[in-house]
Write a protein that binds this ligand. Sequence first.
Ligand code: AHM
Ligand code: MG
Length: 280
Amino acid sequence: MEKVIEAIQQAAIAIRREIEGVQFDYAKSQNASGEQQLKLDLMSDEIIAHHLAQVPSIKAIASEERSQVQELNPGGAYLIAYDPLDGSSLIDVDLSVGSIFGIYEGAFEGGNLIASVYVVYGPRTELVVAREGVERFILTQGRWIFKESLALGERGKINAPGGTQKGWYPHHKALIQSLFEEGYRLRYSGGMVPDLHQILVKGGGLFSYPGTTDRPQGKLRKLFEVFPFALVFERAGGEAIDDRGRRLLELPCDDLHETTPCFFGSSYEIQRVKTFYQTR
Ligand code: AHM
Ligand code: MG
């Protein structure tokens, strides 16, 4: 496992270098979810695949930017699913973006996720690892320095509501509105890595990406985005559920690029979700 995390750390340093360059225009291709790819999406994907390919304990890798699983070492223990450059639509305006990694054992399923890692490329470069606990590291002069453990409180003050508002269902609108009426503040950049990182660092809040009339299954992908952050939130003392109140990590995953409505938060906000969605 240490070798996997070291490979991710090295890849993150290389991606950071690419982000600082002038190359942030579109490639001529689309990913498996039908989204237009940036040259940086493809470069980040190549960098990560290259670094992970050096680790003998990795059996196979799957990327948000590739349609198929890539086999590496038949005797390896780990399966890695990653989103090489999440929030890449924010690249042209120079907002924070990230990389997300889920480390699975046995098969690509939420229940088999044993650790996850995300990297935030902001004014600083930060890396968060969720294993037994959740640890935050800062890149300083080429080295990853441990900063602190992250833990969520009982409730927070941030409301980060994703999805097209026009397509929100009435009960979802009511949930979001009620949090604002309780004093929650809107914080939504359009990058789930910085948006969720903000909730974790500030100690609480709600990030939601619901099913909508135009996208009943939401936008965020289980293997590359949802499961890894579900583990981070649970290990930090929070909760991560779908629109039926089920733990995200218990959901089946029948297709590599499958999506699900998702809610990440501290316990108070997740109780509010359950109340408005009438899942209890
Ligand atoms: P991406 O992987 O193509 O960048 O898409 C995922 C991103 C998330 O980071 C973010 O939460 C969401 O898409 C934003 O979507 P929207 O613009 O619909 O709010
Ligand atoms: Mg993504």
